[in-house]
Design a binder for this molecule. Structure first.
Ligand code: SAH
Length: 254
């Protein structure tokens, strides 16, 4: 392990879904700061005895970067563990910018994002030929603003597959916006709560009934919403495994 601060993706919950590289870094770290609200603490079992462990849930940005900077300067190996993949809603940029200012080297190790774990829970292909070849990752505006040009309503006009983070507590409003924006009310929709955790639950329905189904079952915690016709039947099989088309190209597209 080089002496850098590593931002590591912990994956969606199942401790086996961290990457080999992430697990190795964790097993060599001397200081670990993990995002306690969502990272599975079982991952910390990978750490050596005596590793200094901080839960960032109760820390502010200065405290988090303060721990990193001090540990780095003391020559210690530092891992900052984020849920899923650190590049999505991880607030890593503000940490990186402070490390930059302090001239501290850093690197990121990707993780399995929760939208992928949710797709696996169903399991469904999100990019069905002739149905949607695009996946939009987004969230609905809440306390955190979203640029107007990325409103749910405007993104809905594409009727692509959409994976919506951080929004399950606004499911009614979200589905209404999706329908207003252009998805027919009978568009398939799914809510996957705690994907890859032992208490994972998934609900499937349409934009018209998914909010009632999920809310009726008490879903109000960590959950991913996936919407789009790719979750339903009816598509043209991929060219990828088509005997006539794929000759000589097999594998290149996937
Ligand atoms: N960086 C993370 C996302 C952090 S934002 C990633 O790549 O997954 C937190 C949001 O992610 C939650 O509100 C929820 O929408 C989603 N999420 C995180 N873990 C999840 C899980 N195990 N199952 C379903 N959704 C999850």
């Amino acid at each position: 392990m080089d002496n850098k601060v590593y931002f590591v993706g912990a994956g969606p919950g199942d401790p086996e879904l961290i990457t080999v590289k992430g697990a190795k870094l964790l097993s060599q770290a001397q200081v670990v700061i993990y995002a306690g609200s969502l990272v599975n603490p079982a991952l910390l079992d990978l750490c050596l005895p005596g590793t200094e462990i901080h839960n960032s849930a109760g820390m502010n940005l200065e405290e988090i970067t303060g721990v990193m900077i001090e540990a780095y300067r003391a020559g210690k190996r530092v891992v900052r563990l984020h849920t899923g993949d650190p590049s999505l809603y991880g607030a890593i940029q503000e940490q990186i910018d402070i490390l930059e200012q302090q001239e501290i080297p850093y690197a990121a190790v990707p993780g399995v994002s929760s939208f992928l774990a949710a797709a696996a829970a169903l399991p469904r292909e999100l990019t069905l030929p002739g149905v949607s070849q695009t996946v939009i990752l987004t969230r609905m505006e809440g306390r955190t603003p979203v640029p107007e040009r990325e409103s749910i309503r405007s993104l809905a006009a594409h009727r692509s597959t959409m994976c919506i983070f951080l929004s399950v507590h606004m499911l009614d409003k979200l589905t209404a916006e999706l329908i207003t924006g252009g998805y027919p009310a009978n568009t398939p929709a799914a809510v996957v709560e705690k994907a890859s955790w032992p208490d994972e639950r998934s609900f499937t329905g349409t934009l018209a009934d998914i909010a009632a189904k999920a809310e009726g079952s008490g879903v109000n915690r960590t959950a991913m919403i996936i919407v789009g016709d790719a979750l339903g039947a009816g598509y043209r099989p991929s060219y990828l495994y088509d005997a006539d088309f794929a000759h000589g190209f097999r594998g290149e597209q996937d």
